[in-house]
Design a protein around this ligand. Structure first.
Ligand code: SF4
Length: 276
């Protein structure tokens, strides 16, 4: 390759190598670089080395939420459901399992057992074959049948709509309760922290914690309450399509120029090693 034509590479430090200039002083043509985020006209955020940088500053958070709204408008829960009960069951089944797989299993079991009363009458072993493909099927069968018994015996066959009551239902920890409260009852009581929300909240420096309960507490301080449910859904979509666990597609990301994550694959801003 002739001198002065070294392709411009993404820089892990965030400092791009300047395009080389030929001996005659004219700029050499650039090799194509990955597409930049569409919001390049927006001001760059200060980097970690910049004095006063605050990753949870309200204006930074607001800009990130705005961009998520633009990229993922009208997001919905990816688990198919027609009632709070169906959503509760689908959410229990979704632990360590893809939503696609859960959406294949739930129509079969809800056709067979249409109401919580039908599930409550089962032995967990009877349910196991139908949910085997979602993994951890023995525990999930116990949780679902236990949840059905609780819902039937204590809540008149209806899934309760408060966090306190939901947490008494077998198989419904805080994450499951947040899914049901947010997506079915339209109540922003908390933030769903699944694997995607966990990972991306750290990459965006909304939290330094590694524990789901603590991450949720951090997010509830940073994200306005009315956005809690939308934020969860948007980040889950983002985590599936762009900000994946390994080799996130940073060049396609609408948050790229605001993200300093240590494991970015392409960056126009300085990297913060602890942001991951
Ligand atoms: S820039 Fe990369 S690491 Fe940061 S949020 Fe986007 S995809 Fe994730």
């Amino acid at each position: 390759m002739p001198r002065g034509t070294t392709p411009r590479q993404p820089s892990k430090s965030g400092r791009h190598t300047a395009a080389k200039v030929s001996r005659g002083g004219s700029r050499m043509p650039k090799t194509p670089t990955p597409p930049k985020p569409t919001q390049t006209s927006l001001p760059r955020m200060k980097t970690g080395s910049a004095k006063g940088y605050n990753p949870v500053a309200p204006e930074r958070v607001a800009e990130i939420l705005k961009r998520l709204d633009a990229r993922y408008p009208n997001v919905k829960c990816a688990l198919h459901h027609n009632s709070a009960w169906e959503l509760l069951v689908a959410t229990i089944l979704s632990a360590q399992c893809t939503d696609v797989r859960v959406n294949m299993v739930t129509p079969v079991i809800f056709a067979k057992y249409p109401t919580p009363q039908h599930f409550a009458a089962l032995n967990p072993e009877e349910l196991e074959p139908d949910i085997r493909s979602t993994g951890f099927f023995r525990n999930k069968a116990k949780s679902i049948v236990g949840a059905a018994k609780k819902v039937v015996s204590e809540f008149g066959g209806k899934v309760p709509d408060t966090m306190e009551e939901l947490l008494t239902v077998p198989g419904a920890a805080r994450k499951t309760a947040n899914v049901v409260l947010g997506s079915w009852f339209g109540k922003n009581i908390g933030v769903v922290v699944d694997t995607h929300v966990h990972r991306i909240s750290r990459r965006l420096e909304f939290t330094k914690n590694d524990d789901a309960v603590k991450i949720e507490q951090d997010l509830m301080k940073v994200i306005p309450q009315k956005k809690w449910t939308d934020f969860s859904h948007q980040i889950i979509h983002h985590g599936r399509g762009i900000c994946v666990a390994r080799k996130p597609k940073c060049a396609e990301c609408p948050l790229e120029d605001m993200c300093h994550a240590g494991d970015k694959t392409w960056s126009t801003v300085e990297i913060h090693k602890n942001a991951q």
